[in-house]
Design a protein around this ligand. Structure first.
Ligand code: CUA
Length: 355
């Protein structure tokens, strides 16, 4: 029976064990206090019941030690609950720096995934065991929610922006994936599975499933076919009509209206679909929107490509973290106020594509 109706879903990630531990401990604490209080109520009801018509209780002046004890113990418990809960919260919401980035696009009514190697899947996500994986997610239409009970992980997936979550699976197997946000008629069928594989099996699956190019290579191809390179990577002797993108990710950008921001995935995505929203200082708002011309999956590829562009040495742009080719988590140079319009070095640019 337990197989058919488990009290808890399987726990298959490092985060799941942390969430379970805190849940179990506080269930026990709550049970102990509930029993203690209910027991005392029953005991006092009997002990101090009215024994005769004219009995009057003796006044009490209080009990200092007792009052300190019943204040200090719950205070310590609740502060402990806060500290432990905060620790688990930070663990869940801070992906480790070596997390590999996978992309998810929610759509009525399916989940579409892209691996860094370029493999794509629908309603099934294969991942290697023991590897921290950061999900970067967006929606094509309405709000969905990426929910894997075995990982104790649930994150809303919103149209028009990226949300992230992460997990490190520590048990091989196939686990349920749900959409946990009511998103229309077939919401309940927007389900799938996460398949956790031994790293060697995963490598075999990757190479056997879909040969092809990496997500960054797809982005590079789009970058040229959409002619992004003509403005963002001008050839020798040509004026740069758009800011250069090398080393952009994670860097501070000063905008034409004086605001500044750190270039993250949302900023890059917005700059493609709504270029006029945040124009870089020193440039004209001449870029056309690509809204409707690129799918969310292609946007993800373009974002991955721009993220992969390291600063060209000698340009004073902060270097992208070493070994970040797969993980793609460039370090932000502390206090970097690098110019957003680095001097052009046409010599290192590829020749303009014939157009
Ligand atoms: Cu998507 Cu519910």
């Amino acid at each position: 029976m337990r197989q058919d109706l488990p009290l808890f879903p399987p726990a298959a990630s490092t985060g799941a064990h942390q969430v379970d531990a805190i849940t179990y401990v506080w269930l026990v604490v709550a049970a102990v206090f509930s029993l203690l209080i209910a027991g005392l109520i029953l005991y006092f009801m009997s002990r101090y019941r009215r024994r005769s018509e004219d009995a009057v209780g003796a006044p009490t002046e209080g009990h200092l030690v007792l009052e300190i004890v019943w204040t200090a113990i719950p205070l310590a418990l609740t502060l402990g609950m806060f500290a432990w809960g905060a620790r688990v919260f930070f663990f869940i919401y801070r992906p480790p720096s070596n997390a590999v980035e996978y992309f998810a696009v929610g759509k009525q009514w399916m989940w579409k995934f892209q691996h860094p190697e370029g493999n794509r899947e629908i309603n099934e996500l294969h991942v290697p065991l023991g590897q921290p994986i950061k999900m970067i997610m967006t929606s094509e239409d309405v709000i969905h929610s990426f929910y894997v009970p075995a990982f104790r992980m649930k994150q809303d997936v919103l149209p028009g922006r990226y949300t992230t979550t992460w997990f490190k699976a520590d048990r091989a197997g196939t686990f349920h994936l749900f959409c946990a946000e009511y998103c229309g008629t077939e919401h309940s069928r927007m389900i799938g599975s996460v398949v956790v594989m031994e790293p060697t099996d995963y490598e075999a699956w990757l190479s056997g499933a879909q040969p092809g190019q990496s997500i960054v290579a797809s982005g590079a191809q789009l970058f040229e076919s959409l002619a992004c390179n003509t403005c963002h990577r001008p050839g020798a002797g040509m004026a740069a009509r758009g800011p250069r993108l090398e080393g952009l990710f994670g860097r501070q950008v000063v905008l034409a209206d004086g605001r500044s921001l750190i270039a993250n995935e949302d900023y890059i995505r917005e700059s493609i679909v709504a270029p006029a929203a945040k124009v870089v200082a020193g440039y004209q708002p001449i870029m056309p929107t690509f809204q409707g011309q690129v799918t969310e999956e292609q946007l993800v590829q373009l974002v991955a490509y721009v993220k992969s562009l390291a600063g060209t040495p000698g340009e004073g742009t902060p270097a992208v973290a070493e070994g970040a080719t797969r993980a793609g988590t460039p370090a932000v140079a502390p206090g970097a106020t690098a110019p957003t319009t680095p001097p052009a070095h046409p010599a290192v640019n590829p020749a303009p594509q014939g157009r």
